[in-house]
Write a protein that binds this ligand. Structure first.
Ligand SMILES: Cc1cc2nc3c(=O)[nH]c(=O)nc-3n(C[C@H](O)[C@H](O)[C@H](O)COP(=O)(O)O)c2cc1C
Length: 406
C-alpha cells in the first residue's frame, strides 16, 4: 500500500494546524506532535510516575500525538541503565498506564522504538553519557558489549563492541518484532522507528560508520538494507490499521557522508514498505568531509521535511525550533510537512497547542483547552459568549460569577 502526502487544503478556512489528520484508520485531532524525549528516569527499562505526568501533560495540553521517549528493543540497545525499554513482557503494564491516560485526553500515544548500537553502555545524561568502565561495575553498572555494523579505529573511545554477524542480525530483527508486539499490547497507536541521531540504524546507513563488505555495507542500497529489513519486520507485526513513522537524520552532521539525496532514496524505499510518515531530524554522525553543520535557526530542519515530501511523495513530520503558532501553520499551509513536532517548546509550555488554538482561532480555539470538568464548563458556558481575545471570566458579570463558582 503506497501512501501519499495529505492534501494541503486551500479553502483558507480552519487553520490546518488544528485540522484533524487521518493516517490509515487513525484520526489525529490536529497536526501537533509531542516529539520523542528521553527522560533517563526508567527503572530497569520501565517508566514510572514521572513519565505518566510528563507525557500525560502534553496530551492534556492539546497535542494530537504524544510520543514518549526512545524505547530500547533490547536491554543492550539502551544508552544507559536509566533508559526506557520494551524488551520484556513485564514492561507492558507500566506503559499501558501512560497510554490509557493519553487516550482519555483525546490524544494518541506514540512509541519510538530504537537501538543505540555503539552508542550504548554509557552513564545517563546527567553524567554526560560518559562510557561505563569496569570501575562502574562496583556500583551495579557493568559495561556491556555494544552491537555495531563495523569496528572502526575512530571508535577507540567506544565500549567493547561486537560487529553484527548474520545470526546477530536475525536475532536483532526478532527483537524488533517482539518489541513491536509489546508496544501494541501496551496500547500505543503510532509506532516510530528511530533511524536517526547516530544510533544503530543510522550507523548502518552512513558510510562513516558502516565499512561492511557483506550485503549490509558498501553501496547505498546495501547500507539501507538493515533499515528496510527492520521496517518490513515492524510493518508485518504492526496492524495495517495503525500508522508507522520512521525518524531519519536527513543529513549526517558536520563532516558526514549521508546526505539529503540519500534520505530521499531511503524515504522512497520506506514508502514502498508501508511506512506512512518520515520524521525529518538531522545529525548524530560526523566525519571529515566538507558537509556543513546544520545551524540551529528557527525551523532548521523544515527544508528536509519539504524536500522528502516533494521528492519521495510521502507524508513528513517537521521538527526543530518550531515555536510559534503562525510558523507551524505556515509550514503546513506551504505543503512543507504534514505534521509538526515540538520538543523543547513543549517543555516550557505543555499547553502550547491550546494556546496556539486560541492564537489562530480566537474563542473557537477553546476547544483545545485541557480536558476536565471545569474546562468543559468554561467551553460550554463562557466561551460561547466571549468576544475574541477577551480572556476568560471578564466578559460579563455572568462570566465573573461563573469564574467564582468553578
Ligand atoms: C530532553 C530531550 C530529549 C530528547 N530525546 C529524544 C529521543 O528520545 N528520541 C529522539 O529521536 N529525539 C529526542 N530528542 C530530540 C527531539 O525529539 C527534537 O527532535 C529536537 O529537540 C528538536 O526539536 P525542538 O527544537 O522542538 O526541541 C530529545 C530532545 C530533548 C530536548
Amino acid at each position: 500500500m503506497v501512501h501519499t502526502p495529505t492534501e494541503v487544503m486551500s479553502d483558507g478556512a480552519a487553520p490546518l494546524l488544528l485540522t484533524p489528520l487521518k493516517i490509515r484508520s487513525l484520526t489525529l485531532r490536529n497536526r501537533i506532535v509531542a516529539s520523542p524525549m528521553c527522560q533517563y528516569e526508567s527503572q530497569d527499562g520501565a517508566p514510572g510516575d514521572w513519565q505518566l505526568v510528563n507525557f500525560g501533560k502534553f496530551a492534556v495540553g492539546g497535542a494530537a500525538l504524544v510520543f514518549g521517549e526512545e524505547t530500547a528493543i533490547e536491554a543492550a540497545g539502551r544508552k544507559s541503565y536509566a533508559c526506557a525499554g520494551l524488551w520484556n513482557d513485564s514492561h507492558i503494564a507500566s506503559y499501558r498506564r501512560i497510554t490509557d491516560f493519553i487516550k482519555a485526553q483525546g490524544a494518541s500515544p506514540g512509541v519510538q522504538l530504537g537501538h543505540a548500537g555503539g552508542r550504548g553502555s554509557c552513564h545517563d545524561a546527567e553524567h554526560d553519557w560518559r562510557r561505563l568502565t569496569d570501575e562502574d561495575a562496583h556500583a551495579g553498572m557493568k559495561p556491556w558489549e555494544c552491537l555495531v555494523p563495523s569496528a572502526l579505529p575512530a571508535q577507540g573511545a567506544w565500549p567493547k563492541v561486537r560487529v553484527m554477524d548474520a545470526s546477530d542480525i536475525r536475532a536483532h530483527l526478532q527483537c524488533w518484532r517482539d518489541a513491536t508486539l509489546r508496544a501494541l499490547d501496551a496500547g500505543y497507536e503510532v509506532l516510530e522507528i528511530h533511524g536517526a541521531h547516530g544510533y544503530l540504524i543510522h550507523q548502518f546507513l552512513s558510510p562513516v560508520m558502516n565499512h561492511r563488505t557483506d550485503g549490509y555495507g558498501g553501496s547505498r542500497e546495501a547500507r539501507m538494507r538493515m533499515a528496510l529489513e527492520i521496517a518490513e519486520t515492524v510493518r508485518r507485526a504492526w496492524p495495517a490499521t495503525l500508522p508507522l513513522f520512521f525518524r531519519v537524520s536527513a543529513v549526517d552532521g558536520k563532516g558526514g557522508a549521508w546526505g539529503i539525496e540519500d534520505t530521499v532514496a531511503l524515504a522512497c524505499a520506506l514508502r514502498e514498505r508501508g511506512v506512512d510518515v518520515v520524521d525529518c531530524s538531522s545529525g548524530g554522525i560526523s566525519g571529515d568531509s566538507s558537509m556543513p553543520i546544520v545551524r540551529r535557526v528557527p525551523g532548521y530542519q523544515v527544508e528536509f521535511a519539504a524536500q522528502v515530501r516533494r521528492q519521495a511523495n510521502i507524508a513528513t513530520m517537521a521538527v526543530g525550533l518550531i515555536t510559534r503558532a503562525n510558523q507551524a501553520e505556515q509550514i503546513l499551509r506551504e505543503g512543507r510537512a504534514d505534521l509538526v513536532a515540538l520538543a523543547r517548546e513543549l517543555i516550557w509550555d505543555p499547553n502550547w497547542p491550546a494556546r496556539a488554538a486560541r492564537e489562530l482561532m480566537g474563542e473557537d480555539g477553546y476547544q483545545l483547552l485541557p480536558e476536565s470538568q471545569s474546562n468543559r464548563l468554561i467551553r460550554r458556558e463562557v466561551v460561547a459568549r466571549l468576544p475574541v481575545n477577551s480572556g476568560i471570566g471578564v466578559a460579563s458579570a455572568a462570566d465573573d460569577e461563573l469564574a467564582q463558582r468553578i
